[in-house]
Design a protein around this ligand. Structure first.
Ligand code: MG
Length: 254
């Protein structure tokens, strides 16, 4: 049985902006450009209440939330804070993967023989909050997919452990939109078939999923059933550089 942790900074870009300018605390914030083609890279929870979300056109976001403060964003500063978080994890964690600028996976399998794994992870989270000033949440479970979903359920500023026997009861009532990597197109296809929650998806014959969604069908079906054998791939510096280049090239979105 593996123990996989997913750590994700809460509305990361917004949190960094608030560390630099405390007058932004408690207000609806949109991070992104102001041109006609700009999209929202990140937004505060106060803005989300108006229906704003990441990747939405900035013009639409401004219509939904006219009082929002728009901040251009500074990738260099975000990278600096991201690396601070990675450095703390690097000091404490046996095996970790930097999955994106604000997300890490840690494999702590076997550690519970020495420390409680939940206690260890809670302490790591508290250390990150204390030393960087950034809010962060985590999920912990036997695999990456369930841990990522658990993090999203725990947010903001939360933590959630899902043990093996709780995986199915945890996933079953959730919307299929909570499955990481389920694209918009697949989501609408499934919704049109009447599939709304993960329990329904997981109970479909896998062959049917493959017929409907193609190659991706099997992996989505496995995720709906709490199955994910993907390993935590150790972080390397080279990979981080190419990740950051990608962020500059494409419109970065959190
Ligand atoms: Mg995040």
């Amino acid at each position: 049985m593996r123990h996989i942790v997913h750590l994700d900074l809460d509305s990361f870009f917004v949190s960094v902006e608030r560390l630099q300018n405390s007058s932004l605390i408690g207000k609806p914030i949109l991070i992104g450009g102001n041109s006609d083609r700009a999209v929202v890279s990140s937004c505060s929870y106060e803005a989300r209440k108006y229906g704003v979300s990441s990747a939405m056109p900035m013009r639409m976001a401004k219509m939904l939330c006219p009082d929002a403060i728009i901040v251009r964003g500074d990738m260099e500063v975000y990278s600096k804070y991201s690396n601070m978080v990675t450095d703390i994890i690097d000091e404490d964690a046996p095996l970790y993967e930097k999955a994106s600028i604000d997300e890490h996976y840690i494999d702590i399998t076997g550690m519970d023989r020495f420390h409680g794994s939940l206690k260890w992870t809670s302490e790591l989270r508290q250390r990150i909050i204390r030393e960087t000033g950034l809010p962060i949440s985590f999920g912990m479970s036997p695999n990456k997919t369930v841990s990522k979903i658990a993090t999203n359920e725990a947010k903001p500023s939360g933590q959630l452990e899902v043990e093996q026997e709780r995986v199915k009861p945890f996933l079953n009532p959730l919307s299929i939109s909570k499955i990481p990597m389920l694209g918009q197109k697949s989501y609408h296809l499934l919704r049109n078939m009447g599939v709304a929650i993960i329990e329904t998806l997981g109970a479909m014959p896998v062959e049917m999923m493959i017929r409907v969604l193609g190659e991706n069908g099997r992996s989505i079906w496995e995720k709906a059933n709490g199955i994910d054998n993907a390993p935590v791939v150790p972080y390397t510096e080279r990979k981080s550089i190419s990740t950051e280049r990608t962020f500059e090239k494409i419109q970065w979105v959190l």
